[in-house]
Design a protein around this ligand. Structure first.
Ligand SMILES: C[S@@+](CC[C@H](N)C(=O)[O-])C[C@H]1O[C@@H](n2cnc3c(N)ncnc32)[C@H](O)[C@@H]1O
Length: 927
């Protein structure tokens, strides 16, 4: 059996290589039998086909290209490198890495696999040195003896040779002769392209410029993120306290203190345990253990919070490089050395006291922003356009980009839908909300790139803390892009509650985030197979595609950095429901785990209503006594304008935004002053100081004409002027129910005040304006839809959509390889494939265990019936299986934070699973 599996894996490798060779030879890239069901057609998934030999009119005459060499530097412009993004090649690479990984794990001596995993920490350590010492730049022009590398870097020669050798054994550099090292395809990706002398003269400016994103990303991952990860167990496993000296926290909540007595005895929490449950507090994450800075969020820390002015002791504790951490170096060092000495208890950390105090973490701060620059590629180009039926929104509808950063996503949307010409007149309007620093940055960026959108009032920025009552009360859409993953459930729920409180009946919530797959196939048939390529199915294992591995890495990264997390769809469904939102639709681009999740208002769970506060659940999660502390909350929620994971840090120009949508959107936008239609009414913003949408009357001067030609291209399918634009670009798997939106149950008035909430106390939330009648059309699509090329959706029905050309691909990311790393491939043959490949007969019992008849399950099958779920919904305690988890009938315990051994209501899981699998939702999911 195992040998049969190995043979099958071997065959997969061969098939995948054949696929790659076909593409590179210029032959028609007909997918192999093992992939043809999983490889979406080129025209549907490939935004901008690379210069494929097969696109030639005479493919046979073309000289075959070779696959990029591991030994040569990375050249993004070479046709050979560009062809690696060909969908057939991507699919083949996925299969090769997954199959090779499982093969290695199968045959390798288990202890050695454990050595690989358990000592793998040396890899980021050595990689960090490589990057920090500018060795990719030193190796740029050819092989260099370690003696010379040592001379240029100051690292002791023998040590350096051994470090580089370790990297060479992992193909990250090459040792081409004894002690002579050279760059390669992987190492060269880290090269910033800057002259070495410039880096040596100004190392703090290393990440300036466009070509340094990968270097910044590597530096970030191998430095503070790597160190934080090492403290995962201390942070999440209470049992660790029984055997290891443990941290506890001072009353001030500012720092961990080594608490020896606790560890030897019961490990029970002492009076000094934090008021927030550690797992729910973004400022008591593994990162805080690693750097000895409890009570300071990662981003606050990056911005210098907690450093004592003028202090520069260079002791840094666990981080080993920090300098001047207020009183914490000793503590952290004590901890990291395991000495058992309790450190001094110091007051809560504060931001740097004066402007003259330089931020000791400034380099890291800037590095973080640069490293995030490439994360826009998490999303397929134009994905947000497909994530919601924007074209169905009436003119003048308001889209609120909550925690919108500098408004990059809004820019994409506004380029398509703001101020559109045509008989409808008017377009969508956008309010981009964020923290003050970010809003300032955003305004500057928009003023430089598209001032007319700001001046016309089509787009406005607003300072708003999303933990406070939402001022826009008639939004058509609340958009949250990569915001919730920054936060533990209690915080995320609070954000959603604020939006729910402000929601009108027609308001829709759009969450743009990773949809984390399970690592198994559960009894609802949902698992990695939903989105990840499963090479082989089996009773116990499924393959993890590289995307899955990447998503799980990011998820744990969110945990270790600030107790955040990515969420499975079911977790998101439950989280949303607990805040009065019901998920009705999910779309994902092919090959992507990044999803757009649409939810509609529903009743807020009763327990919260009885508590009279939108934050009852939130309050309850603050420690055993249910205490909440405003200052603590404030500290925890600090983001200070730092780009956080997944945020876009650059603003595309209108032209770029249009290009991302295939150059077919944004036509016809015109300034109000030049039009005859009525100005848009002001948005009912509660915040008095917030700028209102400008009306024509308010405009003192005619606005500059839009740089976008009014009579540009003919209406495209993407354009709202196009006849098809008002229909969804998604395939509707269910029968579209043309029904008027049912007004959700009203939010109890008590919810708009929060007597028990420290934050709400300061700002009672009452609607200043009655909600206008819902402008939302009766045909609001509330049905489950999937992008036509979604792998979940094998047979799209919307033929019209497929006729339109795909948008061009975005500028290639410099961080493409991140998503390609996978070391945990898990493959198992399906019974049919096993038979085919080995000729063996599978015992019927085994076939039953696989959940099928033993003969009917083909490769790529998404369903494995009858298996126990390994994916319990870990959100509160859904103890009663009401219709679909509807909050009205949900048990009171729904809001409990107690871990529950009871499985969540199957119907809730089933509903989420249905959505995930692209099966029409049940009527019970209707709002
Ligand atoms: C991961 S970024 C996402 C930004 C943007 N949505 C995007 O997709 O690029 C998270 C954003 O949340 C903002 N943020 C953090 N805390 C906030 C708060 N309490 N209120 C409003 N915005 C906040 C940050 O400033 C940051 O811009």
């Amino acid at each position: 059996m195992t040998l049969a599996v190995l043979r099958a894996l071997h065959a997969i490798l061969g098939d995948a290589l054949n696929d790659i060779e076909r593409v590179y030879s210029g032959a028609d890239p007909t997918p192999s039998p093992t992939t043809h069901k999983k490889t979406p057609s080129l025209s549907r998934v490939y935004a901008s086909p690379p210069p494929s030999p097969s696109s030639s009119s005479s493919p046979v005459s073309r000289t075959p290209l070779d696959f990029p060499s591991l030994d040569a530097p990375y050249d993004p412009a070479s046709p050979s490198e560009q062809l690696t993004t060909h969908p057939a090649v991507v699919a083949a690479i996925n299969r090769i890495v997954a199959a090779a990984g499982q093969m290695a794990a199968t045959v390798q001596v288990p202890f050695l696999t454990l050595c690989d995993a358990g000592m793998g920490y040396h890899l980021p350590s050595c990689l960090r040195l490589l990057e920090a010492a500018h060795i990719p730049e030193i190796l740029r022009d050819g092989p260099v003896h370690v003696r010379e590398i040592a001379a240029r870097t100051g690292v002791e020669q023998t040590k350096l040779a051994h470090i580089l050798r370790l990297l060479a054994t992992h193909h990250l550099v090459r040792e081409v002769a004894p002690d002579v090292f050279a760059t390669n395809r992987i190492c060269s990706l880290i090269d910033t392209g800057k002259p070495l002398h410039a880096l040596l003269a100004n190392p703090e400016r290393k990440y300036d410029g466009d070509a340094s994103g990968v270097a910044a990303f590597v530096g970030l991952c191998c430095d503070e993120l790597h160190k934080s990860s090492a403290y995962l167990t201390e942070a999440v496993f209470p049992g660790a306290a029984r055997v290891f000296p443990r941290f506890t926290w001072t009353d001030s909540g500012s720092m961990p203190v080594f608490d020896h007595a606790l560890s030897a005895d019961t490990g029970a929490p002492s009076a000094t345990t934090p008021r927030l449950n550690a797992g729910s507090d973004p400022t008591h994450a593994p990162f805080n253990y690693a750097f000895g800075c409890g009570g300071v969020g990662y981003f606050g820390w990056l911005e210098g919070e907690g450093w004592e002015a003028g202090e520069s002791r260079g002791n840094g504790g666990a981080n080993g490089i920090g300098n001047g951490w207020t009183g914490k170096g000793a503590n952290t060092q004590a901890h990291s050395h395991g000495s058992g000495a309790a450190g001094p208890r110091v007051p809560a950390s504060q931001p740097p006291t004066s402007n003259s105090t330089p931020n000791p973490n400034r380099f890291r701060l800037e590095r973080f922003g640069k490293a995030m620059a490439g994360t826009g590629s998490w999303e397929a180009p134009g994905a947000v356009l497909h994530g919601f039926d924007w074209g169905a929104l009436p003119q003048g509808s308001v889209v609120v980009d909550v925690g919108g950063g500098i408004g990059s996503t809004s820019m994409l949307l506004a380029s398509a839908y703001a101020e559109l010409d045509g008989e409808d007149g008017g377009g969508l309007r956008f309010v981009i909300q964020d923290r003050p620093v970010v809003v300032e940055m955003g305004k500057k960026a928009w003023s430089a790139k598209c001032p007319e959108l700001l001046e016309s009032g089509a787009v406005q920025f607003q300072v708003h803390d999303f933990f406070r009552p939402q001022p826009v009360t008639d939004a058509a859409v609340f958009l949250l892009r990569v915001v919730l993953h920054d936060w533990p459930d209690a915080f995320a729920q609070r954000i959603l509650l604020r939006l729910r409180e402000a929601a009108a009946p027609h308001t829709r919530l759009l969450l743009a985030d990773f949809v984390l797959p399970l690592a198994c196939v559960d009894d609802f048939g949902v698992g990695v197979g939903g989105e990840c390529q499963r090479v082989l199915d089996g009773p116990h294992r499924t393959s993890f595609s590289l995307l899955c591995v990447y998503a799980t890495l990011i998820c744990v990264q969110m945990q270790v950095t600030f107790n955040g997390q990515e969420r499975t769809l079911r977790e998101t469904v439950a989280l949303a429901l607990s805040a009065g939102w019901k998920v009705v639709r999910v779309t994902k681009a092919p090959g992507s785990l990044f999803g757009h999740i649409v939810a509609v208002p529903t009743a807020i769970p009763q327990r919260r209503a009885r508590a009279g506060s939108g934050s009852a659940f939130f309050d309850a999660s603050f420690g055993p006594a249910g205490r909440s502390d405003n200052g603590e909350m404030e500290r925890a929620s600090s983001r200070c304008g730092t780009p956080t994971f997944g945020s876009r840090v650059d603003l595309p120009s209108v032209a770029e935004a249009r290009a991302r949508f295939g150059g077919s959107v944004g036509v016809g936008r015109r300034p109000f002053a030049s039009g005859s239609r009525a100005p848009p009414p002001p948005v009912p913003l509660k915040q008095a100081a917030a700028p209102q949408f400008r009306s024509q009357a308010q405009s003192q001067q005619p606005l500059a004409p839009s740089p976008v030609p009014r009579q540009a291209a003919p209406p495209s399918p993407m354009s709202p002027r196009h006849p098809l634009s008002r229909r969804s670009s998604y395939v509707n798997l269910s029968q579209t129910t043309a029904k008027a939106p049912t007004p959700p149950p009203p939010v109890p008035q008590t919810l708009r005040h929060a007597p028990s909430s420290p934050v709400l106390k300061q700002e009672g939330h009452q609607r200043q304006h009655p909600s206008p009648p819902s402008p939302f059309p009766a045909r609001v699509p509330l049905t489950l839809r999937h992008a036509p090329s979604s792998p979940v959706l094998k047979q799209p029905r919307d033929q019209q959509h497929r006729q339109h050309p795909s948008p061009p691909s975005p500028v290639p990311s410099r961080i493409p390889t991140v998503s390609r790393r996978a070391s945990h491939a898990q493959l198992q043959l399906p019974q049919t494939e096993l038979r085919k490949r080995s000729g063996s007969i599978i015992h019927p019992a085994m076939a039953r265990a696989a959940g099928g008849s033993g003969g009917g399950m083909g490769l790529g099958s998404l369903l494995l019936h009858g298996r126990a779920s390994g994916g319990a919904l870990d959100f509160g305690a859904w103890r009663r299986g009401d219709a679909d988890g509807d909050s009205e009938s949900a048990d009171d315990d729904v809001l409990s934070r107690r871990p529950s051994p009871v499985l969540p209501a199957r119907s809730v899981l089933a509903a989420a699973a249905r959505i995930e699998r692209g099966i029409p939702r049940s009527p019970s999911l209707d709002p």
